[in-house]
Write a protein that binds this ligand. Structure first.
Ligand code: AMP
Ligand code: MG
Length: 318
């Protein structure tokens, strides 16, 4: 893995922890009108926009483009009251920016990221988890020539808030409030495998994963968790297999839902592919256009190939 300069790493950590702080404070004061449905019917909240604003403004120091989930267009189409709430939410981190300034910082990020080196951000991955007191993550990755060279997951509801990151190919975790107190993490060794999957059956086919679990003779009930915290669970040995089995033939995974998590799992010694065993291909802009679904495992004693065979059987005819 190429070296990532120290400045990028420390800016990324500062940006993610600041965004997590803003998200948690929005969560404690969440009102009904703070969430709305986007054009694609997925939810977005005051915290998604505020988080992206905080990360985008802090990353500006690196001079690199940002490919991120939210954009100025969705923000400006939101009710004025929600826009005002975003301005208020970021005011503690910035000198009370106007809605116009926020829109400018959010940018049209979705179209960026075609260069050789750029950031990828999901400002709140697992918005449904955020809304129901489940897991969510601020997921930030640095891509160079199609490879993820830095991954950082801020999981505000993992204990009292935890960071999971990569540094020169090694995975680490640290309390969010003390990012310098890093501890190395590794995937679990061979044991009774535990599976983790989305809470949302619309995001991963639960009946297909039950067939995989049966074929692999898994004894432990699957864990269900929102967001890329699932990758963190595999990376630190809380789970052994993360399955994301397509629910629709035409759905393409978004890069910001996987870039950071993939880096953390790989650096912790695990393996990540799509359901066909292909490496994730980050060279197609905002989607993983050449992949379908996700299989991430500890790969203890060749676990990955065994899971791929079971997945193939479970998805036969689809
Ligand atoms: P999770 O927390 O694992 O349920 O994943 C949340 C992410 O699922 C969101 O960030 C969406 O981008 C993504 N998503 C939305 N629709 C689908 C779908 N049909 N299949 C897979 N992922 C989806
Ligand atoms: Mg997401």
């Amino acid at each position: 893995m190429p070296d990532v300069d120290l400045q990028s790493t420390s800016v990324a950590i500062a940006a993610v922890t600041a965004a997590a702080d803003v998200c948690q404070s929005v969560a404690t004061r969440m009102a009904k009108q703070d969430a709305l449905e986007k054009g694609d019917r997925s939810p977005v909240t005051v915290a998604d926009f505020a988080s992206q604003y905080v990360v985008a403004t802090q990353l500006a120091a690196t001079g690199l483009p940002l490919l991120a989930e939210e954009d100025a267009h969705e923000f400006l189409a939101a009710p004025a009251e929600l826009q005002t709430r975003v301005c208020e939410a970021v005011a503690s981190h910035d000198a009370a920016p106007s809605a116009k300034e926020i829109a400018a910082a959010l940018g049209n990020g979705r179209e960026a990221g075609q260069g050789d080196r750029y950031w990828v951000l999901d400002p709140i991955d697992g918005t449904k988890g955020f809304l129901r007191d489940g897991q969510y993550a601020i997921a930030l990755a640095l891509i160079e020539h199609g490879k993820v060279v830095l991954g950082l997951l801020g999981c505000p509801r993992w204990d009292a808030g935890r960071l999971f990151g990569t540094d020169e190919g090694e995975a680490w975790t640290a309390p969010m409030e003390a990012p310098t107190q890093r501890q190395p993490i590794r995937v679990a060794g061979e044991r009774e495998a535990r599976l983790v999957e989305s809470v949302e059956s619309g995001h991963s086919d639960h009946s297909a994963s039950a067939r995989v679990a049966e074929a692999l003779d898994l004894k432990v009930e699957p864990m269900r968790m929102d967001s890329q915290a699932k990758y963190a669970a595999v990376a630190c040995g809380e789970a052994d297999i993360y399955l994301r089995l397509p629910t629709r033939a035409d759905y393409r995974e978004k890069v910001w839902d996987h870039a950071a998590g993939l880096a953390v799992v790989e650096a912790a010694g695990g393996k990540v592919t799509d359901v066909d065993g292909k490496p994730l291909d980050f060279t197609h802009g905002r989607t993983l256009a050449q992949n379908r679904g996700i299989v991430a495992t500890s790969n203890a004693n060749g676990l990955h190939d065994r899971v791929l065979s079971a997945v193939k059987e479970a998805l036969l005819g689809r």
